[in-house]
Write a protein that binds this ligand. Structure first.
Ligand code: AMP
Length: 191
């Protein structure tokens, strides 16, 4: 059974943490666009510097850049069990591109999981993470900007998947195990 999951939510909603558990349980390839971008930034390449000029300000990198990057990774990291897309799509243009990209490879999205967390808790979590993450975008000012960008550019992606009949809203607070149980219960329904 092939399973392709999109994990969605605001910055700090727990996408990365839960993705690791989901990938492990279902044998999925975890594709995090944030991780891909940070790996490129570490190489100090020209592309890495271009990426930093967006991410350091809390802005999204351009659609074309991220779509190209993801398409390449899809082909180098083939996985017959499926994928978990973490941090992508973040705009409706990316959602359209993903649909096309997957169709070209004969696959499709099985479920979109939206992790719901109140804004105060998001800020709290990201500030705490900032103490240890070393991420240049985990500071108060950039966190505010990222949440604002989430509302204006990314939130419409939820409506896109609601229209497709693929979105499931999950309460993203409580213990990690409780949240994981809610997610797996939703996945079992589409498997
Ligand atoms: P994340 O690790 O998912 O929080 O992503 C960190 C940063 O990388 C974001 O604030 C964006 O600047 C950038 N980024 C990650 N994924 C995307 C995406 N799908 N589209 C545009 N920018 C992205």
């Amino acid at each position: 059974m092939v399973l392709n999951v999109i994990i969605f939510g605001a910055p700090g909603s727990g996408k990365g943490t839960q993705s690791v558990y989901i990938a492990e349980k279902y044998g999925l390839e975890h594709l995090s666009t944030g991780d891909l971008l940070r790996a490129e930034q570490k190489t100090q390449s020209e592309l890495g510097r271009l990426i930093s000029s967006y991410t350091d300000q809390g802005n999204l990198v351009p659609d074309e850049l991220i779509i190209d990057m993801l398409a390449k990774v899809l082909d180098t990291k083939k996985n017959e069990n499926g994928y978990i897309f973490d941090g992508f799509p973040r705009t409706t243009a990316q959602a359209e591109a993903l649909k096309e990209m997957l169709a070209e490879r004969g696959i499709k999205v099985s479920i979109m999981i939206d992790l719901e967390v109140a804004e105060e808790e998001l800020i709290d979590r990201l500030l705490k993470r900032g103490i240890t993450s070393g991420r240049s975008d985990d500071n108060y000012e950039t966190i505010q900007k990222r949440i604002q960008v989430y509302h204006t550019k990314t939130a419409p992606v939820l409506d896109y998947y609601k229209k497709e009949g693929l979105a499931t809203e999950i309460k993203g607070t409580g213990s990690l195990q409780e949240i994981f149980n809610r997610i797996t219960a939703a996945i079992e329904l589409v498997q």
